[in-house]
Write a protein of this length. Structure first.
Length: 513
């Protein structure tokens, strides 16, 4: 049997690999090198799951849909929240979360959730604990081979995936045949200068899928986290988790006065709105600070031990100091359009996790739904591939143009300026001029991905979720739908279907490449 190639070592890639191996499929897990350079590893918040008897998957789904600002697919969201219990079971049994260790439910509160339902690891290093547990399972499974290599092209022969090219140790790209390739490469929020993501979060999967002819959507929706530590210019910026605000941390001005009391849910206002308020505060009223000084310092140091250590490295005290915060690019809602089992519009090409648009986040993701997405849909992708008949992959196509990796620093700064929390037509046009000048012809890469995002942001003349236009500040019901991209095709608008998800609507209106 030819191994299934899984690209990416975050939660979605590892969960997919484990599921495939458990169903008897050999897997080749490819990753770019450093295990710690993934958003999964860096994640703090946790995993949202309605596990308490007085909570319900339906309530979790309702919160997810509300925050998504009209663009999430109710069917996909129901899958996410209904399957949260099963998809988190192995990690809970492994004692990853506070809940399992103490033998009682101890979920945290985060913005947009109508009740506490976020599973967190002791000390708050949830991502690291999840990544370690999955990595151990990957290492323990003889059917999974792990290899460090950069995928530079997905080979498509007669409309079907035949394998991948990777940059080997020599000059020539190496061909790896595969009937199924799963992209689990994360998003592209690492391209902004002010970001909570590692630089490896550079949109590789989106560029590979676009080159292969798959459909991408929703690229204009970028989630900015409201509370990244604004001390120095570190990249990534240190994230001050929403879990802190869930525990009672407050946002104050330089005089210690409440800074967001005018927002409907104060500090727990959903991320899109709070990020705009924090950004606006800097411009109109000056710096804004997160403070926990009114809370019991021992509780803070115990519950957020990991973050307290990280903050101490900046010479500040998490429990007692006012910490200046600013918005930072954190998550990209857009990506490769898939069905509820991760199929893209190219047979044999699958996508899962942040690089995919399965329909669970819409225009603004609910806090702590991203690790959950990887766990739920990684499992589903694995089950779906395991059901597919084994087909021998075709002979390799010519290597063709390979993924571009260049990402100039001046463009990272230009994203902060023009594709940030607030956008305008003039700024987006300026950004597009610069991106088009920098984009290598026929060689997709990070510049292509943000060029597509900027084109969508310019086209969407309304404000919604993670896309806010100063020149079109209202949400316009006529824009309730998705801007889609496909290579060699002009950008098009796909209205949100009354029934079924975006994938079905795209397949109905476009023939498979
Ligand atoms: C956080 O800890 O605030 C981030 C959690 C998330 O991105 O959902």
């Amino acid at each position: 049997m030819t191994p299934v190639v899984v690209v990416g070592h975050g939660v979605a890639g590892m969960q997919t690999a484990i599921g495939l191996a458990e169903s008897g499929r050999p897997v080749l897990l490819l990753h770019k090198g450093d295990w710690a350079a993934s958003n999964t590893y860096l994640a703090q918040g946790g995993v949202a799951a309605a596990l308490d008897p007085d909570d319900s998957a339906a309530d979790h789904a309702r919160d997810t849909l509300t925050v998504a600002r009209g663009l999430a697919d109710p069917e996909a969201v129901a899958v996410l929240t209904d399957e949260a219990e099963a998809a988190t079971r192995a990690l809970r049994a492994a004692g990853v979360f506070v809940e399992a260790r103490a033998g009682r439910s101890h979920p945290g509160q985060e913005a947009g959730h109508s009740r506490p339902r976020v599973l967190r690891a002791p000390g708050g290093a949830t991502g690291r604990a999840v990544a370690r547990a999955l990595r151990q399972a990957v290492a323990a499974h003889p059917a999974i081979t792990v290899r460090s290599a950069r995928v530079t092209r997905v080979g498509v022969v007669r409309g079907r995936v035949a394998g991948v090219f990777v940059s080997g140790d020599g000059q020539r790209p190496e061909w790896i045949p595969a009937a199924h390739v799963v992209l689990a490469t994360g998003g592209f929020a690492g391209l902004w200068r002010t970001t909570t993501n590692p630089p490896t979060t550079a949109g590789d999967g989106l560029a590979l899928a676009y080159d292969a002819g798959a459909v991408l959507a929703d690229l204009e929706f970028v989630q900015f986290h409201p509370t990244a530590l604004a001390v120095g210019e570190t990249r990534p910026a240190l994230l001050l988790s929403e879990a802190l605000r869930g525990r009672g941390a407050r946002l104050v001005d330089a005089e210690g006065r409440p800074a967001v009391a005018d927002l409907p849910a104060g500090e727990l206002t959903p991320r899109d709105e709070l990020a705009r308020a924090v950004g606006r505060h800097w411009i109109t009223r000056g710096p804004i600070f997160l403070t926990l000084a009114h809370l019991d310092p021992r509780t803070v140091e115990e519950e957020f031990a990991d973050l307290a250590r990280a903050v101490a490295a900046y010479g500040r005290n998490l429990a007692t100091d006012p910490l200046p915060v600013r918005p930072a690019a954190h998550f990209t809602m857009g990506g490769i359009v898939t069905d509820l089992e991760g199929r893209t519009t190219i047979p044999g090409l699958w996508a899962v996790g942040e690089c995919a648009v399965v329909g669970v986040h819409g225009a603004n993701r609910l806090a702590s739904n991203s690790l959950l997405e990887g766990l739920v849909f990684g499992r589903r992708v694995a089950q779906a591939i395991a059901r597919e008949a084994e087909a021998p992959p075709a002979a390799p196509p010519p290597a063709g143009p390979l993924l571009d990796a260049a990402w100039p620093e001046d463009l990272a700064a230009a994203l902060d300026e023009h594709l940030g929390v607030v956008r305008t037509a003039a700024g987006l046009q300026d950004l597009l001029r610069r991106l088009r000048a920098a984009e290598p012809p026929d060689r997709p890469g990070p510049v292509t991905v943000v060029r597509l995002a900027a084109e969508a942001a310019l086209a969407r003349t309304e404000s919604r979720g993670g896309h806010w236009r100063a020149d079109y500040p209202d949400t316009d019901p006529r824009w309730r739908g998705h801007l889609c991209h496909q290579r060699d095709t002009p950008l098009w608008f796909c209205p949100s279907p009354e029934k079924g998800g975006l994938f079905d609507a795209v397949v109905r209106t476009r023939s498979r490449s």
